[in-house]
Design a protein. Structure first.
Length: 291
């Protein structure tokens, strides 16, 4: 089993008697389905339905003070806390940044179950998240029976699984949840009540209008730089994201990529060959007629 402390992650706590209802009215995931020991994937959106910040969230046991812990990008933690404070109005909630980080553990079973640990809900193979201070990373790794490795090893694992990371595989405030596969990674609960940006997200879901998607790609030899255009012949069809060990993630117009594949055109990024790991992912299924 491997573990890695993720230096780019931080933790925001939301507590108080109104915390659950307060957050439920703002974010894409249904907190009525959350309890201590579990995690959910979600996001706070703009009113236009674009991702301000995505995160993992878990509930704190009552014996540890209760509330919710949000595992989010470190660079966005202060902004997220400020945004939540802006929304709270008269709600009985407190919002604070904690001196905690994230230890990810994967490729095995934990030898012990620490506090504030939960399975990553996006993909079983991503393993477990443990919210701890950085100075405990070696002690916790020993406790759970994991070899502490560099964060780059976790990044390579994430990329191989095709799980997008904000700031690399898509830009915050510029991407819809469907474009980053949040709908496929259990990040949007379509049956919950209203939240900020819900109307746009629901419309994309029910009309099947998502034409841009994050896809897994395979690379030969060298990796293109993140941010370079993915080309089909001389036409841009997307943008390259993160890559490692011959695998990568790209944000592409799936209809244009499908047309390129049908025409026998190869994809490139920065002059380097790019191949879809799962070519059928760009095929939009035909809608079934309503009986």
């Amino acid at each position: 089993m491997k573990s890695a402390f993720l230096p780019d992650r931080s933790v925001v706590k939301v507590a108080g008697e109104d915390a659950r209802n307060f957050l439920n009215g703002l974010i894409t995931t249904d907190l009525d389905r959350l309890k201590p020991g579990l995690g959910r994937f979600g996001a706070l959106l703009t009113p236009q339905g674009k991702i301000i910040v995505d995160f993992l969230i878990t509930e704190v046991p009552a014996g540890h003070g209760g509330g919710f812990l949000i595992d989010c990008p470190k660079a966005l933690a202060e902004g997220l806390a400020t945004k939540l404070k802006f929304y709270k109005l008269r709600a009985k909630v407190t919002v604070e940044n904690l001196d905690l980080g994230v230890l990810a553990a994967w490729d095995g079973q934990l030898a012990a179950q620490p506090d504030l640990a939960f399975a990553d809900p996006r993909n079983d193979a991503l393993g477990t998240r443990i919210l701890i201070p950085e100075d405990l990373k070696q002690k916790l790794s020993d406790l759970i029976g994991a070899e502490l490795v560099d964060a780059d090893d976790y990044e390579a694992h994430r990329i191989a699984l095709g799980v997008p990371r904000g700031g690399l595989d898509f830009m915050y405030s510029d991407a819809f949840p469907h474009e980053t596969n949040m709908d496929r990674l259990a990040g949007v609960d379509f049956d919950k009540g209203c939240y900020v940006g819900q109307e746009v997200v629901s419309r994309m879901q029910h009309r099947g209008t998502a034409r841009t998607r994050s896809v897994k790609v395979l690379l030969d030899d060298l990796s293109p730089e993140a941010g370079v255009s993915v080309m089909a012949g001389d036409k841009p069809v997307g943008t390259m994201g993160s890559s490692a060990q011959g695998k990568g993630i790209a944000l592409v117009r799936i209809d244009r990529v499908a047309d390129a594949l049908d025409a026998g055109q190869r994809l490139t990024a920065g002059g380097l060959a790019v191949r879809l790991a799962e070519p059928d992912v760009v095929r939009i299924p035909l809608k079934q007629p309503i009986a």
